[in-house]
Write a protein that binds this ligand. Structure first.
Ligand SMILES: [Zn+2]
Length: 218
C-alpha cells in the first residue's frame, strides 16, 4: 500500500467580490456589494437582465448588465427560471465572474476564504509518510498559499517557510503567491510537526472519495 495520503481541499470565498465604481450619489469611487437579486425587464419578446449591486456607503443601486434585449426564445429555460427565482447558485456564478466585473469597474476587490470541505482521495494509509494536498477553487479566492497553509495546518508561516527550505514541502504555486485552482502541495510527514499537519489537513468537514470517478484531482 502507498504511504502517501492524498486529500483535496475545496476552498470557498467568504464573500462576493466587490466592484469599485463611481457612485453618482456619493460623487466618488465606492465599493458596491452584490444584493443577491436579479432585475429583469421584458420589452415585448426581448429581455434585459441585470445583477443588482448596492453602494456600501449610500445604498444607491447599480445594475450590472448580464444581457440586453435578448430574444426570450434564445434564452435557456433553466437560466430564465434561475433569473426569475434569484437562484443563489446563479447569483454566485455571476457575482464571482470577476473578469466580467473588471470590464465595468474601476477595480474589483476579492476576498480571502477558507476550506469548506476536505476529501480523502482513494485509500487512506495506516501510517502515511507523505501528504499530498490538491486545491480546488470553484470560484476565485484571494489568499496567499503560505497564509492558507498556515491557517489550515495550524503552523506559523515561518515554520511553513522552514519546512519548504528543507525541501520537505513542495508546491506547484510559489508560497508567496495566491493559491490557484489546481495547486498541489506535497509534505513529508516524518518531521516533528508531521502529526499536527496530518490532523489538521484531514479534520472535519471531511469525506472519503473512493470511487474512481472522484479521483480526478483538478
Ligand atoms: Zn454611494
Amino acid at each position: 500500500m502507498s504511504c502517501t495520503l492524498r486529500v483535496r481541499w475545496i476552498l470557498i470565498a467568504n464573500r462576493f467580490p466587490r466592484p469599485w465604481r463611481s457612485c453618482s450619489r456619493c460623487g466618488t469611487q465606492r465599493a458596491f456589494e452584490c444584493s443577491g437579486k436579479f432585475r429583469l425587464n421584458a420589452n415585448g419578446r426581448r429581455l434585459d437582465a441585470w445583477l443588482v449591486y448596492k453602494c456600501t456607503t449610500c445604498d444607491d443601486t447599480w445594475n450590472h448588465t448580464l444581457f440586453e434585449r435578448r430574444s426570450t426564445r434564445d434564452i435557456d429555460p433553466d437560466l430564465l427560471s434561475g433569473l426569475e427565482a434569484n437562484d443563489p447558485a446563479l447569483i454566485s456564478r455571476f457575482a464571482f465572474d470577476v473578469a466580467a466585473l473588471r470590464w465595468v469597474a474601476h477595480r474589483v476587490e476579492e476576498f480571502a476564504g477558507g476550506v469548506a470541505r476536505r476529501e480523502v482521495l482513494g485509500e487512506r494509509p495506516d501510517r502515511p509518510k507523505r501528504l499530498e494536498i490538491f486545491l480546488r477553487l470553484p470560484s476565485p479566492v484571494s489568499i496567499r498559499l503560505d497564509r492558507l497553509l498556515s491557517m489550515e495546518l495550524g503552523l506559523p508561516r515561518a515554520r511553513i517557510a522552514t519546512i519548504a527550505k528543507k525541501d520537505q514541502l513542495q508546491t506547484t504555486t510559489r508560497l508567496n503567491r495566491l493559491a490557484v485552482n489546481g495547486t498541489r502541495v506535497g509534505i513529508e510527514l516524518s518531521q516533528e510537526c508531521g502529526e499536527t499537519i496530518l490532523l489538521n489537513a484531514t479534520r472535519d468537514p471531511i469525506v472519503h472519495c473512493a470511487r474512481e470517478s472522484e479521483l480526478a484531482v483538478d
